[in-house]
Design a protein around this ligand. Structure first.
Ligand code: PRT
Ligand code: ZN
Length: 289
């Protein structure tokens, strides 16, 4: 594999895999026939993709076996790898939290003192406890942390939570948050010294940034009566000034604009009231600013 290609490590099989491949596809990078392979070379970009367990990605990037990686920030912090976090990628969001039995209450973090807490993230938890000057016993468990309180192994747990269903199923509930996590782009600290690879990295980063910009934006199109223009332009939360086009019907205009996706339902009623018709909202794949 010493071919000058940029080497990207992603999770082989798990919660990050599909979203990581999808991000590459939006960046225009073809990754085909990857099932049961340890690595593949992209069809149309000088890049090799290595498929690894997520826990191994920070160390592989630190040691330069891979140049860059997509991995959960929780794993990066737990492994204490000497790498650079370049960017949050906006997927696989979760929360590392203290979970406690349903019938207990914790009024402040100091009440963790003297308790036994089971976790797969002992380093992150110990850092949190040290920072808050709390002495608690941390026991490291590699899976099914949520059953430890009912087995009498631990008082509380510290685990990743997304919907909260796992906690509920085990008669536990959410308590303090230790870390908000999501997938991040990481890179080897010496990558910049390899000019060829670094320029491939910058090319990829530009594409990732344009994909992330687009993910939160939509393309809004509508027809409006000419005399409503001033009103309507005020309602639209545009990235830039909206495009305004004449229509065959001279009393009407077409208005088009990129807007933050989450704003649409907020402004939709206002647009209607101001006289907009034929409102279309379209997805955007990339935005190059
Ligand atoms: O085999 P490999 O080691 O590669 O994978 P893995 O089994 O260690 O990891 P995987 O695929 O389960 O998760 C990969 C990454 O996804 C994690 O490191 C997080 O960054 C992210 N992620 C996002 C999550 C969750 N959400 C999540 N809910 N990882 C784990 N969970 C688990 C959690 O541990 C608990 O058991 O899901 C359960 C809680 O989910 P809810 O929805 O019931 O609250
Ligand atoms: Zn793992």
């Amino acid at each position: 594999m010493a071919n000058g290609n940029l080497k990207l490590a992603i999770q082989k099989s798990g919660r990050l895999t599909e979203k990581s491949l999808q991000l590459l596809r939006i960046c225009g990078i073809d990754v085909e026939n990857y099932k049961d392979r340890l690595f593949v070379t992209a069809g149309n970009f000088n890049m090799d993709i290595l498929f690894l367990r997520d826990d191994d990605i920070p160390e592989y990037v630190q040691d330069g076996v891979a140049d860059i990686g997509f991995v959960g920030e929780n794993v990066v912090l737990e492994k204490r790898a000497d790498i650079e976090i370049v960017k949050k990628l906006g997927y696989s969001r979760c929360n590392l939290r203290i979970g406690i039995p349903e019938d207990e209450e914790l009024r402040g973090i100091k009440e963790l003192s003297g308790k036994t807490i089971a976790t797969s993230y002992p380093n992150i938890l110990k850092d949190f406890l040290d920072k808050n000057k709390i002495e608690a016993k941390v026991i490291q468990i590699s899976g099914s942390v949520e059953i430890t309180p009912s087995l009498g192994i631990a008082d509380y747990i510290c685990d990743l939570v997304s919907t909260g269903t796992t906690l509920k199923m085990n008669k536990l509930k959410k308590s303090f948050s230790i870390l908000d996590s999501e997938a991040v782009l990481i890179k080897n600290k010496n990558l910049y010294s390899n000019h060829e690879k670094n320029s491939l990295f910058i090319k990829l980063l530009t594409r990732i940034e344009s994909a992330l910009n687009a993910r939160n934006s939509k393309y809004l199109m509508m027809n409006i009566p000419k005399d409503a223009l001033e009103n309507i332009v005020e309602i639209i939360p545009s990235l830039k000034s909206p495009t305004i086009l004449n229509l065959a019907d001279e009393s009407m205009l077409a208005v088009q604009s990129v807007i933050p996706a989450e704003k649409f339902w907020e402004i939709n009623d206002k647009l209607h009231r101001a006289g907009a018709t034929d409102i279309l909202l379209l997805p955007i794949e990339n935005i190059i600013l």
